[in-house]
Each structure stands twice: as structure tokens, then as C-alpha cells.
Design a protein around this ligand. Structure first.
Ligand code: ADP
Length: 399
């Protein structure tokens, strides 16, 4: 048995799960929030217990030291040698990384080389590796990339219709993200439905960040995010796809730099930007129910954009066997699922089982009726288990 520590390090937070492999037992999970702000919070779950601690931690190094200290203090691990592998979620793997890899000196250099493709994400993700490598001498360190699942897209899908030399010079192309979540979806679809329903899947990962993927025989053939996670669907705070000339228009009219406009499109747009209430669909739905028209518009736009991608991917897949909803909104918001299905059900001959759909929250389920031509599933997002499996496979290959 091997304990695998799965790390998702962001710029001000660290999420972790400790998983016993190969039995896939989740021993502990938790979150360190607001690193470098006043009052960092650590929340740690294990054995049915929940511990919350507030402690000033001024950087990732202090945060990782504190996390390990708490794992040992609470007897979740005996000592540092208990951890056999540490898996890091890395946002961008460029074209170089088509699979998960052990982070050797050479691989580290390759990951550093593509940092310019994801300046908002990769540096914080790599910080996790740098700190854990120092702390855990005996564990292997593994990088699992959000982009690698989509490396199977064809050239005409991933190439942007701009001067080709920009691709040649900088690798400017569509990469796509949420790949680890889509791999989890593919695994769960295989377990939940018969063989005849597995070959053409459209998966909607609807969290705060949101994307959609067309998956044929287990491989991604298209996805909505692009060079960065800003493209594609309307999200909690991101705009998704726009007419590109809007960037110059806003910069000119509002006297903003390109960086400021992009900040607006990343952090102040989407559901938040249109509703002017919140990026959280729960708040926006409540406001819509209380009669707020912009909140109603935001929710309609959100569903409409997803429906429009579903239509396009239906054609690209040459039909559809299974439609999947995953992540925060997809798992929990039955009204959003219903509203999306309403827009595509006649064309795609989908029939929801309304009673089942209404009752499903944060659990795997089939929510279509028996007579539906397309199966509709809810799958609980579990990127951590996919990362732990990759770590374990690499561990085994070294034995
Ligand atoms: P992240 O992209 O941060 O990993 P999650 O997958 O955890 O996000 O999804 C977070 C989002 O899920 C929240 O912003 C919220 O909009 C949405 N969400 C969570 N629970 C519900 C719910 N019961 N109803 C509607 N939306 C929900």
C-alpha cells in the first residue's frame, strides 16, 4: 500500500487529498486559504473529524510546512517517509506533455519553458512541487496536466485562424483545460452505462471555471477553452468567447491597458458581470427568483451558450450517446441542467426523468428517462483520484 498526497496549489490557496493506493481510500483532505493575507485558514478532514485552524502564514513554504506538521501531529501520517508519491495538478503542459510524468530535472526545465503560456496558474502550481521536493526526500513527485487529455484534438480543431507563424513561434493554439476532470468522466461513464452508450460523449464541466468537451472513443476531439481558460463558455467571472475586437474597444473607451481589460474579462465578467450580484449561481438564482431581471438574463445566457456548444459537438461527434454534467453547478443545480436540456431536447431527442433530476445533488446518477435516445448523467468531479492513479502507475513502473 502507498500513500499518495495530491496537491492543487493556487496563488493564495492549497488544496490537498491524501489517498491510500491502490485501494483508493481517501484518508484526509483539506484546504489552506488566504496564504499571505491576514488570518490564513487551514481546514483538515480525517476520520470523520474536521479541524479548522487560523494562523498567519506568509508564503507557500510556511503553508506546506504547516500542512505536513498538522498531518503528523494528528497521526494522519507517522512521518515524512509515509508518503510514497506527491501528485501536482499543473494547469498547462503545452504540446510537450501528452501524459502525466515524474518531475525529474529535465521535466522541470520543460515545464518552466512553457510557463509563459499560463502565467496566472503554472508558477503557483510549480511552487507546490518546489516545496514538497524539499520536504519529502523519499517521495516521487508527479506532474498531472490539465491540458494533456486534449492533446488528441486534430490540427484543424486546435489551430487558430491567425497568421500561422504565431503558432510556430509561440505555440499559440487551442489547448483546452479540465482534462483531469474529463478523464474522471470517461472512467465513470464506462462504469455507469453499457458499452453501446460510451463512444460519443459530451461532458459539461460547470464549476466556477466552466468548459465542455466532445469525447469520441475515450479521446477528446474538441473542447471549449483555448490557449487559456478564458475562452469558450460563459463562466462565474470569465466572459468566455467574444468578438476579439471588444478588447481594443473597451481599452479605448474606458482608457484601460490590455492587461486591465483582460483582468475585467477574467475576474469581473461572466455570471458576475451580467448579474452584477455574484459569481455564485446560488446567489444569482435567488435574485432571479426575487424578480431581478439581470440575474434572469445571466442564467439564460449561461444555459444558452452551453446548449449552443452541445449542438456543435453533436454534429462533430456524428451523434451523441451520453451527455454528462460535472463540477459544482453541474452536480448540484438541477434547474440549470433542466434549462440546458430544454434548449436541446427536441433536436437531440433527450428526455430527462424530471423527478430523478430534481433529487440529484452531488452524487453520481443517470437522470434521463428510459426512453431517452441520449443518456444524461451527473458525475461528481474527482480530479484527485485520477491524479493519485497516475502517481501510483508511475510508482509501480519504477519497482
Ligand atoms: P471550482 O471551479 O472552483 O473548482 P466547483 O466545481 O467547486 O468550482 O464549483 C463551484 C461553483 O459551483 C460555485 O461557484 C457555485 O456557483 C456552484 N455551486 C455549488 N453548489 C451549487 C448549488 N447547490 N447550486 C448552484 N450552484 C452551485
Amino acid at each position: 500500500m502507498s500513500k499518495v498526497l495530491v496537491i492543487n496549489a493556487g496563488s493564495s490557496s492549497i488544496k490537498y487529498q491524501l489517498i491510500e493506493m491502490p485501494y483508493e481510500i481517501k484518508i484526509s483532505s483539506g484546504l489552506i486559504e488566504k496564504i499571505n493575507e491576514r488570518g490564513t485558514n487551514l481546514t483538515l478532514h480525517y476520520n470523520g473529524n474536521k479541524i479548522c485552524i487560523e494562523k498567519p502564514l506568509s508564503n507557500h513554504q510556511e503553508a506546506f510546512h504547516f500542512l505536513i506538521e498538522m498531518l503528523i501531529k494528528n497521526n494522519i501520517i507517522g512521518d515524512l517517509n509515509d508518503i510514497a508519491a506527491c501528485g501536482h495538478r499543473i494547469a498547462h503542459g503545452g504540446e510537450f506533455f501528452k501524459n502525466s510524468v515524474e518531475i525529474t530535472k529535465d521535466n522541470f526545465e520543460e515545464i518552466k519553458k512553457i510557463e509563459y503560456l499560463a502565467p496566472l496558474h503554472n508558477p503557483a502550481n510549480l511552487q507546490g512541487y518546489i516545496e514538497m521536493k524539499q520536504l519529502l526526500n523519499n517521495a516521487i513527485q508527479v506532474a498531472v496536466f490539465d491540458t494533456s487529455f486534449h492533446q488528441s484534438m486534430s490540427k484543424e480543431v486546435y489551430t487558430y485562424p491567425i497568421p500561422f507563424k504565431l503558432y510556430e513561434k509561440y505555440g499559440l493554439r487551442k489547448y483546452g483545460f479540465h482534462g483531469t476532470s474529463y478523464r474522471n468522466v470517461v472512467n465513470r461513464v464506462r462504469e455507469m452505462v453499457g458499452k453501446e452508450k460510451q463512444s460519443r460523449i459530451i461532458a459539461c464541466h460547470l464549476g466556477n471555471g466552466a468548459s465542455i468537451a466532445a469525447i469520441k472513443n475515450g479521446k477528446s476531439i474538441n473542447t471549449s477553452m483555448g490557449l487559456t481558460p478564458l475562452g469558450g463558455l460563459m463562466m462565474g467571472t470569465r466572459s468566455g468567447d467574444l468578438d476579439p475586437s471588444i478588447v481594443e474597444f473597451i481599452a479605448h473607451k474606458e482608457c484601460l491597458s490590455v492587461e486591465d481589460v483582460l483582468k475585467q474579462l477574467n475576474k469581473e465578467s461572466g455570471i458576475l458581470g451580467v448579474s452584477q450580484i455574484s459569481n455564485d449561481i446560488r446567489d444569482v438564482r435567488k435574485a432571479a427568483m426575487d424578480g431581478d431581471n439581470l440575474s434572469k438574463l445571466a442564467l439564460e445566457m449561461y444555459a444558452q451558450r452551453i446548449a449552443s456548444f452541445i449542438g456543435s459537438y453533436y454534429v462533430q461527434l456524428g451523434g451523441l450517446d451520453t451527455l454528462v454534467f460535472t463540477a459544482g453547478v453541474g452536480e448540484n443545480d438541477y434547474r440549470m441542467r433542466e434549462s440546458i436540456i430544454d434548449k436541446v431536447k427536441d433536436a437531440l431527442q433527450i428526455e430527462l426523468d424530471d423527478e430523478v433530476n430534481c433529487s440529484v445533488m452531488a452524487t453520481d446518477a443517470i437522470i434521463s428517462s428510459k426512453s431517452s435516445k441520449v443518456m444524461v448523467l451527473v458525475v461528481v468531479a474527482d480530479e484527485e483520484i485520477v491524479i493519485a492513479r497516475d502517481c501510483y502507475d508511475i510508482l509501480k513502473s519504477k519497482l
